[in-house]
Write a protein that binds this ligand. Structure first.
Ligand SMILES: Cc1cc2nc3c(=O)[nH]c(=O)nc-3n(C[C@H](O)[C@H](O)[C@H](O)COP(=O)(O)O)c2cc1C
Length: 535
């Protein structure tokens, strides 16, 4: 039985998704539907394993590359595909980076953040001529840093190839967050894709999305195999990324048919207390192809970059890239005092522009559709207030027409497209809008990502996912750039949607805020014990 093809649609995907978005908004007086109570002991297993199949341990050495953060995007000779490079690459992108312990509880942190640390995304490895690994499809088991054999092919390829596939297990997220969880899965996926693109650059590889139909992605990863998933939580196929060692126009496609399958997935939650069927509706409605530029073009290196201070000028401000990727954490609290230096602020903003060197913008090189608004609290040389960083000329023009007419649109930087909309202290506003969370007020600044909404989703319902990916990618660039400079970021998935829109003057759904992100000076919790990932 093919579960994937069986789901029927009663309505058009566009209106289903708009309805999903509407009903999963948080309001001051009412949160989106979620579980009434939580039993943390009943949390679904954060690690899926595949039983009844062979598995291979990956090398456990810490990934070491002597490349400074400022040189991450520089061209370098590609490393060969072998188990050592694959292991290091996974460690820097999707693996566990540390265990934390407190009061008898232990939990793992990974190279990318995840809403509630619930990690809905699963990683797949497709290997051809990867030295030390038989050709085939593997599930990456990040708890033990192993790959579990899932499928093999009898068709030999003469070219080496390495792909990562991604799927989401929405239940992991829905268990805690209810109906809004599908949004979080997609924001997480944006973080994952950015983490992969950044890590790939260290190996001289370029990460590129493969343009396949959603059915082909599900088929390639085997997530459409209803009989294998019978009685356990479904996985929603998301994307396949090719790792390229050479600059070519075409993105190599992975094998789409496998000859032999093995293994069965573990059950994550034996006693689910709730059901949120609207999540599956949103997942099915948002299946579709990539946006046009990604579907067609090679994506070249950006032409011109804004001038920002180079951290290479100051070695203490320029740690090793591996260190930045491995030490990335979300701040749980900010100090509410420190002023972010102007140079760091400008580097963070520059990394969000499509012209920046941040490797993710070569993976995601379609026209920008998500634009950051900033609630600035403590940034050197910048009055507190509301700012906008349109990421394209079109974004500037269209948001100029859409936002509150009384905004001042004062250019606030000589190089970056930063505009001050309103000068005002905004801590209380930021806290209120972000579900009353202190991090939004105690940060140096808090971002609100505004997405062009109705038009892209009408043109292609898969844009519902892609807009969230883009926002997740933006958050990831900001957090890494902050981390490199000794500051830190935290994603904020909980915010009052329409209160944001009221502040910005957005009266309809042509634009929607889909993510918040705070950057500041972290305050660490000394009670938490940190343990190594695998060593
Ligand atoms: C999409 C998304 C939404 C998040 N929302 C919140 C939030 O509303 N409040 C918060 O304190 N942290 C939030 N976080 C941060 C996570 O709690 C954090 O990433 C997770 O606990 C893992 O910790 P780490 O990032 O240090 O690895 C969010 C993270 C992501 C990726």
């Amino acid at each position: 039985m093919n579960r994937y093809r069986e789901i029927s649609m009663n309505n058009d995907p566009n209106s289903l998704l708009r309805a999903y978005h509407q009903r999963t908004k948080h309001h001051f007086e009412r949160y989106a539907a979620g579980p009434g109570s939580l039993d943390w002991d009943a949390q679904p297993d954060p690690f899926r394993t595949w039983k009844g199949t062979r598995w291979y341990s990956l090398p456990r050495e810490s990934p070491a590359r002597e490349i400074p953060w400022s040189a991450l995007a520089d061209a370098r000779p590609p490393e060969p595909f072998d188990t050592a490079s694959l292991s290091a690459f996974l460690r820097l992108s999707v693996a566990i980076t540390a265990w934390k312990e407190y009061g008898g509880n232990r939990w793992a942190l990974r190279a990318h953040p995840s809403s509630g640390n619930l990690h809905p995304s699963e990683t797949w490895v497709i290997a051809y001529w990867v030295e030390g690994l038989a050709d085939g499809l593997y599930h990456y088991q990040c708890r033990d840093h192993t790959v579990e054999w899932r499928a093999e092919t009898l068709t030999a390829s003469d070219l080496p190839g390495l792909w990562l596939g991604f799927s989401s297990i929405p239940w992991r997220e829905a268990w805690k967050y209810g109906e809004r969880a599908f949004r979080y899965c997609q924001l997480d996926m944006g973080h994952v894709l950015a983490a992969v693109a950044h890590a790939a650059a260290l190996f001289g590889w370029r990460a590129r999305l493969v343009n396949l139909s959603p059915e082909a992605v599900a088929h390639c990863l085997g997530t459409d195999r209803g009989e294998d998933y019978a009685g356990v939580e479904a996985e929603e196929a998301e994307a396949i990324v090719a790792l390229q060692t050479e600059e070519t126009d075409t993105v190599p496609a992975p094998p789409l048919e496998w000859d032999e399958w093995s293994g069965l997935p573990s059950l994550l939650d034996p006693k689910p207390l709730y059901r949120w069927p609207v999540i599956e509706t949103a997942a099915v409605a948002s299946r579709g192809g990539l946006p046009p530029a990604l579907a067609g073009e090679a994506g070249s290196a950006p032409a011109s970059r804004p001038v920002v201070d180079n951290p290479a000028d100051n070695p203490t401000d320029n740690p090793l890239a591996t260190q930045v990727l491995l030490q990335r954490r979300s701040a749980q609290a900010f100090d509410g005092r420190s002023t972010l230096p102007a140079a760091t602020f400008r580097r963070i903003l520059a990394s969000l522009l499509p012209s920046s060197a941040a490797p993710v913008w070569r993976l995601w090189n379609s026209a920008p559709r998500v634009h950051p608004a900033l609630l600035v609290h403590r940034v050197e040389g910048l009055p507190a207030g509301l700012y906008l960083l349109p990421r394209s000329e079109a974004g500037l023009a269209e948001l100029g027409a859409a936002l509150r007419p009384e905004f001042e649109w004062l250019p606030a930087d000589a190089e970056l497209p930063l505009y001050r909309l309103l000068a005002a202290r905004a801590e209380r506003t930021a806290r209120n809008l972000s579900c009353h969370q202190d991090i939004a007020a105690m940060s140096a600044f808090t971002l609100m990502f505004i997405a062009e909404f109705d038009a892209p989703i009408e043109a292609n319902p898969a844009a519902y996912r892609h807009l969230h990916w883009e926002a997740g990618m933006l958050g990831h660039c900001a957090t890494l750039e902050a981390e490199a400079a000794g500051w830190r970021g935290t994603g904020i998935g909980c915010f009052f949607d329409d209160a944001d829109h009221e502040l910005l003057g957005l009266a309809d759904t042509r634009w929607q805020v889909i993510y918040h992100f705070a950057i500041g000076m972290p305050v660490d919790d000394p009670r938490l014990l940190t343990l190594p990932a695998y060593e």
